[in-house]
Design a protein around this ligand. Structure first.
Ligand code: UFG
Length: 325
């Protein structure tokens, strides 16, 4: 199949491109490089620099290629930033997505996989969050993703768009080759910050709160390997071949690990101490966020492969050891 990968130079997007390439699919990456990295996409893959809000550029792109499906990773994705810059989030994540959706409709491309997030749920009301959990986002980032999910439901009815929104829990790790990985600026995610602390890049890791109602007082999250996210996207596209409508699936490992457990795992994997200090809670962090991915396993036939925390950390560590990662 031939795919348009919007945001294919970003963290999850670049792993998706690798995965599709390994399955002999044809790929065109479209990315404005505002947060992505050109070097994360192999020179052998077609790359077009552009913005999904640019209707004319999209129209040229769809005229030049006959895509079977679009996978849409472009987004602003920092919860804290979304609270102080909501226009940026609604503009980029919602308004620009509408431009992409209209271009797809005009070009007759009717299959889409959309990157959504656990942030659509807001405060968790269950130990394991499944797709029936209420969606009550508590920040503009989660709101913006939920708005797109609702638009996709309307687009299915009005235009026959077939879509899957995949709600990632904590995307983690790196391709086992060590050649691509997670590189945000600024980096706010736990695992890269833990590994940076190991490498002595910057200050000690700050542990945001140790007084949560969890087994050791630190927040518990469900870390899912980025290549397992990639495999779910391809299964979702295949699912849409014989299922019309707009679907949502939660993607996680189904097991939670605390911040302290991640630190201990990083010390095992790297053989080095993780310099860290206790800091106040970070605003908006729920104590526990763990997925039930039963629906994805049953309907998509999805099976995460890299499920051990140590293995996830080892893959991220390999990437962090590359010069100039
Ligand atoms: N943490 C630290 N120190 C750090 C970074 C993180 O203690 O330097 C803690 C956080 O407080 C949190 C946990 O580690 O308890 C995980 O934090 P991340 O920033 O790695 O990830 P989040 O759980 O905040 O983010 C995830 C997804 C988002 C989604 C959000 C919803 O990555 O897309 O959950 O709450 F929006």
């Amino acid at each position: 199949m031939k795919f348009l990968i919007c945001g294919g130079a970003g963290y999850v997007g670049s792993h998706m491109v690798r995965y599709l390439d390994s399955k002999q699919h044809e790929v065109v990456v479209y990315d404005d490089l505002s947060t992505g990295h050109r070097e994360a996409v192999s020179p052998d893959v077609a790359f077009v620099q552009g913005d999904i809000g640019d209707a004319a550029a999209l129209s040229r792109l769809f005229a030049a290629h006959r895509f079977d499906a679009v996978i849409h990773f472009c987004a602003r994705s920092l919860v804290g930033e979304s609270v102080v810059k909501p226009y940026l989030y609604y503009g980029n994540n919602v308004a620009n997505t509408l431009v992409l959706l209209a271009a797809m409709r005009d070009a007759g491309v009717d299959r889409l996989v959309f990157s959504s997030t656990a942030a659509v749920f807001g405060h968790p009301q269950a130990d394991a969050i499944d797709e029936t959990h209420p969606t009550e986002p508590i920040n503009p980032y989660g709101q913006s993703k939920l708005m797109v999910e609702r638009i996709l439901a309307d687009a299915a009815r009005a235009y026959g768009l077939r879509s899957v929104a995949l709600r990632y829990f904590n995307a983690a790790g790196a391709d086992p080759s060590g050649s691509i990985g997670e590189g945000h600026d600024p980096e706010t995610h736990l695992i890269p910050n833990v590994l940076k602390a190991v490498l002595g890049q910057g200050a000690a890791l700050k542990v945001f709160g140790a007084d949560y109602d969890t087994r050791d007082g630190t927040c518990v999250r469900d870390y899912i390997h980025v290549n397992d996210l990639a495999s779910a996207h391809l299964l979702a596209i295949e699912y849409l071949a014989d299922h019309a409508g707009a679907f949502t699936f939660n993607l996680g490992n189904g097991e939670g690990f605390s911040v302290r457990e991640v630190i201990a795992a990083a010390e095992r994997v790297t053989g080095r101490p993780v310099p860290h200090e206790l800091a106040p809670r970070r605003a908006g962090d729920p104590a526990t966020l763990v997925a039930s991915s039963l629906k994805a396993r049953e309907r998509l036939g999805w099976q995460p492969r890299i499920t051990q925390l140590d293995e996830i950390l080892a893959s991220a560590w390999r990437w962090h050891l590359q010069p100039g990662y």
